[in-house]
Each structure stands twice: as structure tokens, then as C-alpha cells.
Design a protein around this ligand. Structure first.
Ligand code: G1P
Ligand code: ZN
Length: 542
């Protein structure tokens, strides 16, 4: 029986740039999840009579949320749900399923790299028919619906068995429980040379993959160990847990410290990689060699034709604005169109759909291509493995050769997390107000040539996005960017991104913090960052 139940309208803050992300206890309030999910069905009437993909990263509350969503989907006339077994789907695998099976959309339960568990975070993202995150027009429509909703529709039906593959029913609606890995692994097999990668992994080469107790555990075990034959134990922290083992499932220098330390050993593995809570981010490392995500993107773009799926070359490339210009230098040399988009994967979607770009990425450990409409952690790892296999070079050799050809872009990001939101707002208002007066500002050898707030017009659909970060360009190619995070759940996070291009990569030492010291000094002094954040330094340096 279908029931209309009083909703819990959102007087609440609007969802962030990556869907609705809140503490678990917020989602546990009666009717909260239901209201948001009903808003999705109201905003996307095409879901009625169509296929919906459903799954999540397995964090705490994933299972009850899946059962709730199934009942709402049935009551709202969805014809068929493709559900990952156990309620599991990585974000890129969900994108793959939506595209492959012609679904009208997908609901992915994840708070990405945020911690999981009863005291931690949960999230709901809605992806549209191209497999990518909903564009702003859709997320705004969902939010508007959630604010004015009176009732939601649900069905009185028992829970389904999340483990039993094959077809079950919730009311009239068919639920197909599918292997979460199979279609995704098949797609990656088409893009990369599994024979060559397999030879590499079964030989003397040693790799370590840190799944961070997150969703990619079973994906990595299946793909790296079973299909490619890497030795057992290649994948560590491969058992997915609801609280990610109590850790922060973010593959960066701090949260993947154990992997980083292992790779720092003289006799450490040749290659190391980690992916995040929902499997879309990646960090890829060589022995004693950290590859910045911006460099990783540039190296993959420069070498794409060595990968079977990209043999015919790239249509174009794109990077988010705060990502370094290392990619631009590759694009220039290869005569490829190169787009600079606001932060967030959704901005790549229209460029990918229109066939204008093939590869894209972000400085925040996100890399991907036109094979899905999300960034894809395991895709990036396999791309690197494929390059290592066919070039017979180490990670360090590949990157150094890249720098020798294109120059090196020193890059770092400093995060000030958990800042009082009012203070952070004042910081940006103050900077914004001063922009015209900053041009010509000098500090030692540094001179600001351009100061502006980044805004973007999508070249395909004309959609306009304002206030996407403050950019200071320096004479000689350096750049300082200030941005407010759109994904945090506690206070505000101020991100400061600093880069400088060095045509002669042998001129500076290896350490970006040293190479960028002057620029970092200016980045802090100019807006009086420490006073505005109430902090004497960043909480995270990448
Ligand atoms: C962060 C990253 C951004 C990424 C997003 C979702 O967003 O900086 O590149 O797209 O997570 O993974 P932010 O918190 O900076 O808004
Ligand atoms: Zn993620």
C-alpha cells in the first residue's frame, strides 16, 4: 500500500557542491532522508517508469538508507532499480552502470572522503542520465522541492535481501541486485592493456594498493589480484568497513601516511596507490616519489596514446581552475583544446558529453576520462600501471622526463579547516573588495599582474557560475588562488593554492614548500590570513 507521509521540509542549509552531506544523526531524524529523496523524484519526473541505479560506499547507515529509498522509489513509480549487491557501488561504478544500462539516473550514498560511522558523515548524491553528478539546475530544483515538500510517498513493503543477486520485487518495482564490480571491471579491461599490466604485476615489480577500508577493497582485489594476477596482499586495508576502520578515507599525504611511509623506503614498492571512501579519488606514488595530482593529470595526458583506449588521441583536456597549469603546457605542445572549469566534477560533464574533451582532472586527487562521468580512482591507477608496463620506466623517471620536456610546475595547497564561517566570509569579502587595488602590488621579486574572481560560462550550454575563487596572477607565471570549500560539514575550510612554473626543473630542490616559500609568504600576508582564520598555519598541506 502506498502511503503519503508528512514530510520534514528543509528549512536547512542548501546541499553542498557534492550532494547532501550531513552527520549521520541528521539523516537519522524522522522523515529527513525521505524528504530529500522525494524531492529528487519530484524534481526528476523522468524517473517514473524508468531505471534507477542505486548503491553506496558502504559507510554506516548505507543499508537502512537503501531500504528506505527502495520503498520511496516503488511508491514513485520507478520501474526497475539496479542495486549493487550488499548496497555497494563505488561512485565510478555507479556512473558506469547508469550509462551502460540506460538508466534515467542514479542515487549514490556517500560522503566521499569524509569519515564514516554513527558519529561521522553520510551523504546522498543524485546523478543524471549521462552518469554524472546532477548539474546545478537539477540540484537547485531538488533543494527547492525539499524546502516546500508537504508529504512524501512510500510503500509498505518488507526489506529486500541485499545480498541475493538476481531479481526481487518491492511492490510492482523490479529490483535487480547485481555484482557491483563486473560491468565496471569489464569497462576498464577495454581501456587498458591487461596483458601487459598483468605481466608487470606478476614479475619483479611490486605494488601496494591501500583501499583504506573503503568501497574499493573488493574492486581492487578483483581487478588487481584476481584478473591481473598481482600477488595476494598487494591490496591492503581491502576489507570494507562501515567506519573505514575509524580512519579518514582520503588518499593524501596525511591520511594515507602508512602507504606514503612504505613508499619512502629505499627498498619500498615500485608503485603505491590509494583511493577514497567512494573510490573516485586516487593518490599514485612512486618509490620515494610523490606525484602531485596536477602532474599526474599532465603526465597521463602527454602519454595517453600509449593506452589502448586512447590510442587515437585526445579530443581535448580540462582541469579545474585551482589545478596547476602543467596540463596547459601539454595541451599547448600537443595542440589540444584545454578548458579551465570551476572546482567540481560536474563542470566536466557537458564538455565530455559534447566530445570536446577526453581527459580531465582536479588537483584534489581526481582524474578521469570520457569512459564514465565521474572521476575514477582505479582508472587512474590502471592508467599509471599501463604506462609503467609499456615504458619500462619507474614513476620517477616518467615524471622527470615529463618535467624535462614541459618544465616543472611547483605546486602546493594549504587548507585551513574548521574555520568560523563568519570569519571566512569576511576574509573573502575583504579580498574581493581589494581586488582592483592589488594589481601592481609588489613584495620583493614578486609582482601581482592580475587579480580577479573566477567565473565560468560553460561553452556548451552557456550556464554561468560566479564566485568560483579569487585568483592572483604574478609576473613570470606564478599564481595564488583562494577558495572556500563547498564540501565540508564543520565550519568553513579556506583553501590556498600556490604554484609557480620553472622551465629548468633542475634549478630548484625537490621540495615545493621551499621552492614556493616567497609565494606562500605573500599568500598569507596579503589578506592577513592568520588573523582572518584565527590560525597560525594550515591544518593540511599537500
Ligand atoms: C573538494 C575538492 C574538489 C572536488 C570535491 C569533491 O571540494 O577540492 O576538487 O571536486 O572535493 O570531491 P571542496 O571541498 O574544495 O569544495
Ligand atoms: Zn570521493
Amino acid at each position: 500500500m502506498i502511503r503519503e507521509v508528512a514530510a520534514r521540509p528543509f528549512g536547512d542549509q542548501r546541499p553542498g557542491t557534492s550532494g547532501l552531506r550531513k552527520k549521520v544523526r541528521v539523516f537519522q531524524q524522522p522523515h529527513y532522508l525521505e524528504t530529500f529523496v522525494q524531492a529528487i523524484f519530484n524534481a526528476e519526473p523522468a524517473l517514473a517508469g524508468a531505471t534507477l541505479v542505486l548503491g553506496g560506499d558502504g559507510r554506516y547507515y548505507n543499508r537502512p538508507a537503501i531500504q528506505t529509498i527502495l520503498r520511496l522509489a516503488a511508491a514513485n513509480g520507478v520501474a526497475r532499480v539496479l542495486l549493487g549487491q550488499g548496497g555497494i557501488l563505488s561512485t565510478p561504478a555507479a556512473s558506469c552502470l547508469i550509462r551502460k544500462h540506460g538508466a534515467a539516473g542514479g542515487i549514490v550514498l556517500s560522503a566521499s572522503h569524509n569519515p564514516g560511522g554513527p558519529q561521522a558523515d553520510f551523504g546522498v548524491k543524485y546523478n543524471v542520465a549521462n552518469g554524472g553528478p546532477a548539474p546545478e539546475s537539477v540540484t537547485e530544483a531538488i533543494f527547492a522541492a525539499a524546502c516546500r515538500l508537504d508529504t512524501y510517498r512510500t510503500l509498505d513493503a518488507p526489506d529486500i535481501d541485499l545480498e541475493r543477486t538476481g531479481e526481487q520485487r518491492v511492490g510492482e518495482m523490479a529490483v535487480q541486485v547485481v555484482d557491483p564490480v563486473a560491468d565496471y571491471a569489464a569497462l576498464l579491461e577495454q581501456l587498458f592493456d591487461f596483458d601487459r599490466i598483468g605481466e608487470l604485476l606478476r614479475g619483479r615489480f611490486r605494488m601496494r594498493f591501500d583501499a583504506m577500508h573503503a568501497v574499493n577493497g573488493p574492486y581492487a582485489v578483483e581487478i588487481l589480484e584476481r584478473r591481473l594476477g598481482a600477488p595476494d596482499g598487494t591490496v591492503v586495508r581491502g576489507d570494507s568497513r562501515e567506519d573505514f576502520g575509524g580512519a579518514h578515507p582520503d588518499p593524501n599525504l596525511v591520511h594515507a601516511r602508512v602507504l606514503v611511509d612504505e613508499l619512502a623506503q629505499a627498498d619500498g614498492p615500485d608503485f603505491g596507490a590509494a583511493t577514497d571512501g567512494d573510490g573516485d579519488r586516487n593518490m599514485s606514488l612512486g618509490r620515494r616519489f610523490f606525484v602531485t595530482p596536477s602532474d599526474s593529470l599532465a603526465v597521463l595526458a602527454a602519454n595517453a596514446q600509449r593506452l589502448p583506449g586512447y590510442r587515437d588521441g585526445l579530443a581535448g583536456v580540462a582541469r579545474s581552475m585551482p589545478t596547476s597549469a602543467a596540463l596547459d603546457r601539454v595541451a599547448e605542445a600537443l595542440d589540444l583544446p584545454c578548458y579551465e572549469t570551476p572546482t567540481g566534477w560536474k563542470y566536466f560533464g557537458s564538455l565530455l558529453d559534447a566530445g570536446r574533451i577526453t581527459l580531465c582532472g582536479e588537483e584534489s586527487f581526481g582524474t578521469g576520462s570520457n569512459h564514465v562521468r565521474e572521476k575514477d580512482g582505479l582508472w587512474a591507477v590502471l592508467a599509471w600501471l599501463n604506462l609503467l608496463a609499456v615504458t619500462d620506466q619507474s614513476v620517477a623517471e616518467l615524471v622527470r622526463a615529463h618535467w624535462a620536456r614541459f618544465g616543472r610546475t611547483f605546486y602546493t595547497r594549504h587548507d585551513y579547516e574548521g574555520i568560523d564561517a563568519d570569519l571566512a566570509g569576511e576574509l573573502f569579502d575583504a579580498l574581493r573588495g581589494r581586488l582592483p587595488t592589488l594589481v601592481g602590488h609588489r613584495a620583493g621579486r614578486l609582482e601581482i599582474e592580475q587579480a580577479e574572481e573566477f567565473a565560468y560560462t560553460d561553452p556548451v550550454n552557456g550556464a554561468r557560475s560566479e564566485r568560483q575563487g579569487i585568483v592572483l596572477r604574478l609576473a613570470g607565471g606564478g599564481r595564488i588562488v583562494y577558495r572556500l570549500s563547498g564540501t565540508g560539514t564543520e565550519g568553513a575550510t579556506v583553501r590556498v593554492y600556490v604554484e609557480d612554473h620553472e622551465p629548468d626543473p633542475t634549478r630548484h630542490g625537490a621540495d615545493p614548500q621551499t621552492a614556493l616559500a616567497d609565494l606562500l609568504g605573500l599568500a598569507v600576508a596579503l589578506p592577513d590570513l592568520h588573523r582572518h582564520t584565527g590560525r597560525s598555519g594550515p591544518t593540511l598541506v599537500t
